[in-house]
Structures are given as structure tokens and as C-alpha cells.
Design a protein around this ligand. Structure first.
Ligand SMILES: *Cc1c(COP(=O)(O)O)cnc(C)c1O
Length: 385
């Protein structure tokens, strides 16, 4: 088995010893890759503040590494807040980025010292005004980001620009500080031009707030969306950074507001490898051409982003030689638990029960998305590589 080239030469040896030591399936996380992705992001956007989207991988080691590196954190629940606070991160390096919040949760964030809140609706804004009086808010606008994104996030969140303006005005009336505008172009966004449209939308909102209402927006939160390396090719991160900075310069030629980025996937995705074992190989009839390969990892213990075959992870196995097409499925008693049937992965003909299947770029949205005991299978474990 060869690890992808972003791993250091010694990583294969370390992965081997983890595999000898622990039962599969598990996620092995290489923190040096998280660190280098963080540095790359800082260098690509030297003037931006990076708020790590904790949901992508809430491992304590990842949070600590990013906290030590100077990152801020985008947090979505009181439980995530407690987790990040435990690492000694000051609340002025946190935002409550979820637009769907209970009153008790807003109150809890406020008590803990968090003063930056996302919103996209009147009811949520009023909730913030009551439970986090005087806080800074940023308004999330809808984007057309389902285009080009392998894991769209756009439809559920954000409001249209007209409503964003109304909310900023209302925020001021309610004693809150209308501080910024945010968007998220969709996760694993392969079309860089989507940022152009979103930034242009923010520019129009800012201009109208300034000229019609005397409200000066001070921050743009550009969300996440930067890609990890899956099967479908994406541009290099440097191309994303250069293009997006060009869009910003075009729309804000004189003075750029504070820029916040909220990467999740692009920081942790490529740092992970899931090691799984082949549980069963079968054919559905004696003449069937395709083998079904069932692994001990599946939809319910880490691979939910294969739903609709949206995310296609690069794969490798402990065998080599001639390959043929397979259908890949997980170990549970649910027919949803099929990872890839349409997309034809090819695995070695020599593959046998007990061999390993390695799932690369699985550091994001795997452990955190794992169910807790479906069919008794435990959530996906992880180890530091
Ligand atoms: C999930 C999420 C992110 C992270 O998105 P990625 O595509 O993983 O980078 C950032 N911001 C918000 C508000 C999110 O919900």
C-alpha cells in the first residue's frame, strides 16, 4: 500500500504499527498534515482570521494543535463550546456560527464570553438580542453554492440580500452591533467562480446598508468550502487563494473589511486514513460479473458522506495485481449501507476476506458523523499517526 504523496515517508511505517496494534476500523490522523494545511491557508490569506469549523473533526488533538497555531473557532453548540473552552481558547476567538439556536444556548455562549453570532432570521436575531445583549452579529446570505459543491450546504442556511438588509437594520434597533455578512459556497466547492458571485452580493448589501441606513459593515465571513483531495480533481489551494483575493480586490478596491474564513474539510480531510478490513466478498449469482466487497467501515460508522456517492474517497488495499470492478458496502443490516455502486471502483482480484482497505482523505466528517451503536457497532475510533 502506498500512501498519497502528501504524507511523509515515515507515515506508512507508523500506519503499519497502528494497524498491528488496534482492531479495525479506525481513523489514523496525521497532525503534521493539519498543521501544513493551516500554514498554507495562513499564507494564502495573510490578512484573514481563520475560524476552524469544529464539526469537521472535533478531536482534542486537532483543536489543541489549531489553538496553539493561533486559530479561532467556529462553534455550533454548547457541547462544542465546552470542548473548545477546555483547550484554553479565549472566547474572543470564537463565533457561534449556527443560525439555529435555542435561547438557552445563546445565553450559555454569552455567559461564557462569546460575543460574535451568526444569524439569518428575525426570530433568531430577537433571540440573540434578548440573550446576548449588545453582541456583534453577522448575517448569513444565501448563495448559489449548490452548483459545483459535492456536499452542498446552501439551501438550509442564509437569507436573501433584501432580508439581510432588513435584519441589519433591526439588529441596530435591538441594540446589537450589525458587524458583518457571511456566506458559505457549499462544502468541497470545485467551482472557484462561485466565490465571485457571493462576494459581489456582499458588496451590494454593504453599499446599500451604508448609503440607505448609515450602517457600516466591518467584516466578511467567507465560510468554508475549500476542497480536500478526493477522486475528482480540484485546483490547487494557491489558485483558490489567488482568485478569491482577486475577487475581493475587484469589489473592495479601497479598503477591505476584516475577512474571516471558516475552513473545516480543507484543514483536516487529507490528514486522515481510515483503515478497514474486508469482512466478506460475494457475488449475487454464479455468473454475476461484479463482486460485492463488504468492509467493517460503512455509512453508519464514518462514511456517511458517501450518501448519494457525493464524496468519492481515494482507495487502496493491502493487495496488488490486476483489478476489477466492485460494489463497496458496509457491515450493517441496512440496505442504505452501500458506499459505491454507480461509481465503479476497481480493486485487486486477489483481494480476500481479512485484507485491508484504506480510505484516504477521510479526516473530515467521519468520526463526528458516526452513529453510536447501530447494530451494536461502536462509533469510529481514531488514533494519532
Ligand atoms: C460546515 C461549516 C463550515 C466548514 O465548511 P467546510 O466546507 O468543511 O470547509 C464553515 N462554516 C459554517 C457555518 C459551516 O456550517
Amino acid at each position: 500500500m502506498n500512501l498519497p504523496e502528501h504524507f511523509s515517508p515515515s507515515a506508512a511505517e507508523r500506519l503499519k504499527s497502528l494497524t498491528e496494534k488496534y482492531p479495525t476500523p479506525f481513523l489514523a490522523l496525521d497532525l503534521s498534515i493539519v498543521k501544513s494545511r493551516y500554514i498554507e491557508l495562513e499564507q494564502g490569506f495573510p490578512d484573514a482570521d481563520i475560524f476552524y469549523a469544529v464539526k469537521a473533526n472535533p478531536a482534542d488533538e486537532v483543536i489543541q494543535l489549531l489553538a496553539d497555531s493561533g486559530a479561532s473557532f467556529d462553534i455550533a453548540s454548547p457541547q462544542e463550546l465546552d470542548k473548545v473552552l477546555k483547550h484554553g481558547v479565549s472566547p474572543d476567538r470564537m463565533s457561534y456560527g449556527n443560525t439555529i439556536k435555542k435561547a438557552s444556548a445563546v445565553k450559555y455562549f454569552f455567559e461564557k464570553g462569546v460575543r460574535l453570532y451568526a444569524t439569518d432570521s428575525e426570530a433568531d436575531l430577537r433571540n440573540i438580542a434578548v440573550n446576548a445583549p449588545g453582541a456583534k452579529i453577522y448575517i448569513r446570505v444565501l448563495t448559489d453554492g449548490s452548483e459545483g459543491a459535492d456536499w452542498p450546504l446552501s439551501r438550509k442556511f442564509g437569507c436573501n440580500p433584501e432580508m439581510a438588509i432588513e435584519l441589519a437594520v433591526l439588529a441596530k434597533d435591538l441594540g446589537l452591533q450589525p458587524y458583518g455578512v457571511s456566506f458559505h459556497v457549499g462544502s468541497q466547492q470545485r467551482d472557484i467562480d462561485v466565490w465571485d458571485g457571493a462576494i459581489a452580493k456582499v458588496k451590494v448589501i454593504n453599499e446599500r446598508l451604508s448609503t440607505e441606513h448609515g450602517i457600516e459593515i466591518q467584516m466578511i465571513n467567507m465560510g468554508g468550502g475549500f476542497p480536500a483531495n478526493y477522486i475528482q480533481k480540484t485546483n490547487d489551494f494557491s489558485t483558490y487563494a489567488e482568485e478569491i483575493k482577486r475577487f475581493l480586490k475587484e469589489d473592495f478596491p479601497e479598503e477591505l473589511p476584516r475577512i474571516i474564513l471558516e475552513p473545516g474539510r480543507s484543514l483536516v480531510g487529507d490528514a486522515g486514513v481510515i483503515v478497514s478490513e474486508v469482512v466478506l466478498i460475494s457475488r449475487k449469482s454464479s455468473t454475476a460479473l461484479e463482486r460485492w466487497v463488504y468492509t467493517d467501515v460503512g455509512m453508519f460508522n464514518g462514511l456517511i458522506e458517501t450518501l448519494g456517492e457525493a464524496i468519492k474517497y481515494p482507495l487502496s488495499t493491502s493487495k496488488s495485481g490486476p483489478e476489477e470492478e466492485v460494489i463497496l458496502a458496509g457491515p450493517t443490516c441496512d440496505s442504505l449501507d452501500i458506499m459505491y455502486e454507480q461509481h465503479k471502483y476497481e480493486l485487486p482480484l486477489s483481494l480476500e476476506i481479512g485484507d485491508y482497505v484504506y480510505w484516504f482523505s477521510t479526516g473530515a466528517y467521519t468520526t463526528s458523523y458516526s452513529s453510536i451503536e447501530f447494530n451494536g457497532f461502536p462509533p469510529l475510533d481514531y488514533y494519532i499517526l
